[in-house]
Design a protein around this ligand. Structure first.
Ligand code: 13P
Length: 262
């Protein structure tokens, strides 16, 4: 018998959010979070780099967590425009997304690069939220399980554990499209990821969180978050407004034996 992981609901703001509207949203979410009481669910906001420091400082007295959307695999030096994991930690981040399909697509990121980024996050005591997921063509070609298996194997850093890595399954064709896989399709992929994590990490593989991302809304969150081996959600568009993000947070079912992560 193992303890089930605590659900994680993360908002990925992507390249959205100017200062004033974002701080108003953060203020609203902080108030809602206070009203949540002791409900054990981790909530992470991932704003753009430009707002990380201010939002992390604003939320430092709360239990809301702040994460980045990407980080450099390198520690420091002559890498114009890049942001290191040490810098993220310095701003008050708890974690960072890496390997999002939009970065794999727009910046040609390989599994090896994603692994190097995750390695740097772990070395700086930050949690890596590692994204994997198939394209529509790959799903239509029956390759979904092979693709996520290869991405997972290639992206997981040495030293990965349930305390420092979250896997986000995000089918590329479901991102921003309003289309989602069926519950059975989500269960199939999350089940395979769980098997692979168990093979690699033994019982800690049961405690590692696997979150689903791709067109999660207040309307479908209750069903998706109850699928076996779904331990939370990575939310894009619906995370930009409190009235669509917060119902997703409160839809997260709390496992009877939930364990808090450090
Ligand atoms: P949407 O929720 O807008 O589909 O985006 C999902 C996503 O990419 C989260 O990282």
């Amino acid at each position: 018998m193992t303890n089930a992981p605590l659900p994680l609901i993360a908002g990925n703001w992507k390249m959205n959010g100017l200062h004033n509207e974002s701080m108003a949203l953060v203020h609203e979410l902080a108030e809602l979070h206070m009203g949540l009481g002791p409900k054990p669910v981790d909530v992470v906001l991932c704003p753009p780099f430009t707002l990380l420091g201010e939002i992390a400082a604003y939320l430092s007295a709360t239990k809301l967590l702040v994460g980045a959307q990407d980080c450099s695999p390198l520690e420091n030096g002559a890498h114009t425009g890049d942001i290191s994991a040490a810098m993220l930690r310095n701003t008050g981040c708890a974690c960072s997304i890496v390997g999002h399909s939009e970065r794999r697509r727009d910046h040609g990121e390989s599994n090896g690069l994603v692994k190097a980024k995750a390695t740097s996050l772990l070395a700086n005591k930050l949690t890596a939220i590692i994204c994997i997921g198939e394209t529509e063509e790959e799903r239509d070609g029956g390759k979904t399980l092979d693709v996520v298996t290869e991405q997972l194997a290639g992206s997981l850093p040495a030293g990965a554990a349930s305390s420092n890595v979250v896997i986000a399954y995000e089918p590329v064709w479901a991102i921003g499209t309003g289309r989602t896989p069926t519950s059975d399709e989500i269960a199939e992929v999350h089940g395979r990821i769980r098997e692979l994590l168990y093979e690699q990490f033994d019982y800690d593989g049961y405690a590692m969180r696997i979150v689903y991302g791709g067109s999660v809304t207040p309307e479908n969150a209750g069903e998706i978050l109850r699928v076996k081996n779904v331990n939370g959600a990575l939310v894009g568009g619906a995370s930009l407004k409190a009235e669509t993000f917060w119902p997703i947070v409160t839809a997260a079912p709390i496992p009877a034996s939930a364990v808090a992560h450090p």
